[in-house]
Write a protein that binds this ligand. Structure first.
Ligand code: ADP
Length: 325
């Protein structure tokens, strides 16, 4: 089985990225052959950005993934922009993706907002590039958070449409979305997902945040006016924290509900904050240790890129052959 996933270098990585995606990347190393992960710097160019900052953040994101447990020797870890097959396949797939489909994508509509006609064409094309990322490796499984479900559907449609029109060439991938923690919520505005762009700074917990600051954020998290510690639709804040703690302890939300039955919200929030802080602390320490070691980061990214190219090049060649170009 081939696993593939990509992560953006833009924005500081948060608990939502960690629980929704990165944890499954790490698990993927034991079950896939190979597990392929890339830092999608080309996707990072679809919004306003500073080139030097993008380059720096790409390295930092690579360092964070290694700190979280990815082993560059056991998986394929690389920078998207280093492997030209991604851009080439993106163009080739544009012939089996309609403008209507792209215009309907929720993420595009949210990011473009009222400026629909003025945003970069790259933002509209974002899901086609993402489809190319995955399809270039004939990946079977894509570990992602809930917010990426629609993009996975689009890449499945593109692969099916391609195979129907040009002959069986691409693998139709499946999303691997966690059952608990697929949509970690903002601690201050729990009706929104935790996000560096769409969330609130005080409601977002960063993977490399100081432990004291993490505890403080949980203590100030929005709960509700009740007192029960249960997962329920009308209790998004409490439900979110129950789910987070269930992931941290590798148990079920029901188990957390049982343990904290009768506890006050204050004690519960402090417990979750302390456990999350302790859970993330080793990742933060390792990250701080390697994040400025540019030579090390560049060396494993280079090895990763050559491993990735060796897999993607023959697949993209098959695509070209099937298309007659
Ligand atoms: P962001 O969505 O923060 O801009 P990315 O697009 O790079 O970051 O997302 C990386 C991965 O993290 C994706 O698989 C995405 O689904 C997942 N993810 C992002 N936010 C959350 C969240 N709040 N809860 C769960 N998973 C998330």
């Amino acid at each position: 089985m081939v696993i593939f996933s990509g992560i953006q270098p833009t924005g500081r990585k948060h608990l939502g990225n960690y629980i929704g995606a990165i944890l499954n990347y790490v698990k993927g190393q034991d079950k896939a052959d190979p597990a392929i992960y890339c830092i999608v710097d080309l996707h990072g160019t679809t919004v306003q950005y500073d080139p030097a900052e993008l380059r720096q953040r790409t390295r930092e994101t690579a360092a964070l993934l290694v700190a979280a447990g990815l082993d560059p020797e056991r998986c394929v870890l690389f920078r998207q922009g280093d492997v030209q097959e991604h851009s080439e396949l993106c163009w080739l797939l544009s012939s089996v993706t309609s403008v209507g489909q792209l215009n309907r994508m929720h993420q595009f509509r949210d990011k473009a907002g009222a400026a629909r006609d003025r945003v970069s064409a790259g933002l509209l094309f974002y899901p086609v590039l993402m489809a190319a990322d995955v399809l270039a490796y004939r990946a079977n499984e894509v570990p992602v958070g809930e917010d990426q479900r629609e993009h996975i559907e689009l890449m499945r449609d593109a692969a099916e449409a391609f195979n129907k029109r040009f002959g069986e060439t691409l693998v139709v991938p499946e999303a691997n979305i966690p059952t608990v923690g697929a949509r970690v919520r903002d601690l201050k505005e729990p009706e929104r997902k935790m996000s560096t762009t769409g969330g609130t700074p005080q409601g977002t917990v960063y993977v490399d945040e100081e432990p004291e600051s993490i505890v403080k954020k949980f203590k100030k998290a929005v709960a509700d006016s009740g007192s029960e510690i249960v997962v329920r639709d009308d209790k998004p804040g409490i439900s979110n924290m129950i789910e987070i703690l269930a992931v941290v302890r590798d148990t079920t939300p029901a188990e957390i509900e049982r343990e904290f039955e009768g506890s006050g919200y204050g004690a519960f929030k402090t417990a979750v904050g302390e456990e999350v802080a302790a859970w993330l602390a080793p990742v933060r320490e390792k990250y701080l240790e390697i994040k400025d070691d540019t030579a090390y980061i560049e060396s494993f990214l280079e090895v990763g890129a050559s491993k990735a190219r060796a897999i993607a090049a023959p697949i993209v060649a098959d695509v070209r052959e099937a298309m007659g170009v």
